[in-house]
Write a protein that binds this ligand. Structure first.
Ligand SMILES: [Zn+2]
Length: 189
């Protein structure tokens, strides 16, 4: 299984870069997309695009037209690309319980994008395709697993998170579609 680098002139590339930049919201920080890699035949019009940041421990995506997920078990990015998301790997103490957490806010996903034991100025976040199913907007922390998905509302809207968050209780509803590779500025670890 490998991912292909998206042509910068294609519609999907433009759509993803537009989302990424529009939803980079953390003040005093910025990012620049270097490349986008996408799985073959993964697009589904029912999907809502979200981002998920996690640990990366390889140099896939540094150059070239292919991303071949590595088998290093410290590389959660490649593991998710290969095997999909797993609720069993989520932190049960998270605000909305065991679930797959993603966000439309690229700069929030960026907070979780960590390079593990690699020296790279580039970072990676996973592009997710989310089917919402039975969905609710919630303002308070809790376990809402009777729903397929909840959207956590922000403190501005009377909710409990600073930036919107999508919480999926059915792991089959979240599909890793690809990866965005970018550099970032103004961000201190
Ligand atoms: Zn990897």
């Amino acid at each position: 299984m490998s991912l292909d680098r998206l042509d910068e002139n294609c519609k999907f590339y433009k759509h993803l870069t537009h989302l990424f930049y529009c939803k980079w919201l953390h003040p005093g920080t910025s990012a620049k997309i270097k490349s986008i890699y996408i799985k073959k035949n993964c697009k589904d019009p029912r999907h809502h695009i979200r981002f998920h940041g996690t640990q990366r421990a390889c140099y896939e995506g540094s150059s070239g037209d292919k991303w071949k997920p590595c088998s290093n078990n410290k590389c959660y990015t490649c593991s998710i690309l290969r095997n999909g998301f797993s609720i069993s790997k989520s932190d049960p103490s998270s605000m909305f319980g065991p679930a797959i957490y993603s966000t439309i806010v690229s700069s929030k996903a960026n907070l979780y994008a960590k390079n593990h034991n690699i020296a790279s100025r580039k970072h990676a976040i996973i592009i997710c395709g989310v089917s919402l199913g039975r969905c609710a907007c919630v303002s308070r922390p809790g376990d809402y697993s009777a729903f397929d998905t909840v959207e956590a509302t922000t403190t501005n809207q009377g909710g409990s998170v600073n930036y919107p968050e999508t919480v999926s209780y059915r792991q089959r509803n979240v599909v890793p579609l690809g990866v965005i590779i970018y550099t970032r500025k103004g961000w201190t670890p």
